[in-house]
Design a protein around this ligand. Sequence first.
Ligand SMILES: Cc1cc2nc3c(=O)[nH]c(=O)nc-3n(C[C@H](O)[C@H](O)[C@H](O)COP(=O)(O)OP(=O)(O)OC[C@H]3O[C@@H](n4cnc5c(N)ncnc54)[C@H](O)[C@@H]3O)c2cc1C
Length: 466
Amino acid sequence: MIDKSVIRELQRVVGKANVLTSAEDLLCYSYDSTFAEHLPDCVVQPGTTDEVAGVMRIAHREGIAVVPRGMASGLAAASVPFSGGIALSLTRMNRILEIDESNMNATAEAGVITAHLQDTVEAKGLFYPPDPSSIRQSTLAGNVACNAGGPRCLKYGITGDYVLGLKVVLADGRILSTGGKAIKNVTGYNLTQLLVGSEGTLGIITEVLVKLISKPEYVRTALAIYQDLDDASRTVNAILTAGIVPCTLEMMDDTTINTIEECMHLGLPVEAAALLILESDGEDQDMVAKEVQAMADIARRHGASEVRVAGSEAERADLWRARRSVGPSLARRAPNKLGEDISVPRSAIPEAVRRIKEIGRKYDLPIVVFGHAGDGNLHPNVLFDKRDADQWSRVEKAVGEIFAAAVELGGTLSGEHGVGVLKRPYLESALGPVSIEMQRRIKEAWDPKNILNPGKIFPPENMAEL
Ligand SMILES: Cc1cc2nc3c(=O)[nH]c(=O)nc-3n(C[C@H](O)[C@H](O)[C@H](O)COP(=O)(O)OP(=O)(O)OC[C@H]3O[C@@H](n4cnc5c(N)ncnc54)[C@H](O)[C@@H]3O)c2cc1C
């Protein structure tokens, strides 16, 4: 509960209309894209970095928890305000401040929707590659705070690879600028990259400076259809070991295909056991066409029963509509889904998929598998009904075993969604105690009062609090 006098103070900083306290408003800021929920005590919507600093000075003095929030599309419950306090929504800060064409970079406020940045720079012949499937419903700072990936990251890298600098408000309200437009910069510790992936636990990002590249002119996409999921996994390895670097290698299993088709009616092959979406892009039209052809040949040699190359932009758009609608389509299958994002070395993909399917059978739970197979980042999604206590306890055991399998295969818990709350219990198995100890110390140095997104990433010292 926040004292009324403090609410009035917050109103003076950001304007009365930008502090929300009604029950209906609090409910709207109580969840993310998981099933987790908790009400904040109030919602504050700052419009400038100085306003964020003013809010943080008050929160710091009063010891109030502050949970930064973009579009709440996160899949780890990282923006759910479990300790109450202030839900700090950055979505009013949605301006692209500069596109510097000669230095090929752009500066944007935290709450810019990623797709808006992409569309704007592409209109100038430039390219911002990170493309989480949620590009139309996630913010740039949310992407930075989670170090988001996406289908294109196989060729182009993840969000962090494009972040050159940040403006950040610290827990006590001081404003920190990191990095800058100079591409080479080894002056001091790399605080920019420390903040990337910090899930709102070290500071509030208010501005992001990103690197841009030139927009690839040509792109071709193909769909490879398999009767055996193993063949699809083997194709992924074969393409990459042949020295081809496609911009995308996405995989979907049979349940994923059927669920999308039921929802979207795109003519996907519902009898197939798996699909791969293969995409190549570049400056040279012939090279791009040759690369797609080479991938199609490899796919056929590794058991694809059919390979369809998209003949038009409309066909290509349909394939991407299919891929981007996986999450929403799955929501029709069961009241709840737990979408994980384990990451394993590429060669371990077939074994990882086999183990996930086995775990699904063991706990009698539908687990669908899709994801960015090219970089070993798989999204096993467990479908269930959380109201059924028996099902929920089986889900918890199944997820624990999926994480254990990922770590055993040389991989890790998360390729792009982050730890949030849902993966906290498994953190030590992935990182070991020394790493956790060092990371806790970093958190203490940046946020000694533990007011920034408290309880996220690290398991509580007392495991009974989980
Ligand atoms: C359908 C769907 C598809 C998705 N596909 C992908 C995908 O392909 N790749 C991928 O990586 N993720 C994906 N996600 C997950 C999600 O979209 C990403 O994690 C995204 O980066 C979250 O952005 P957001 O603006 O919604 O942040 P939120 O969910 O609001 O917040 C996420 C985290 O960032 C912190 N945060 C937000 N803003 C700030 C700020 N200004 N300063 C400091 N911390 C901040 C929050 O505190 C929280 O810890 C998907 C989600 C959905 C629902």
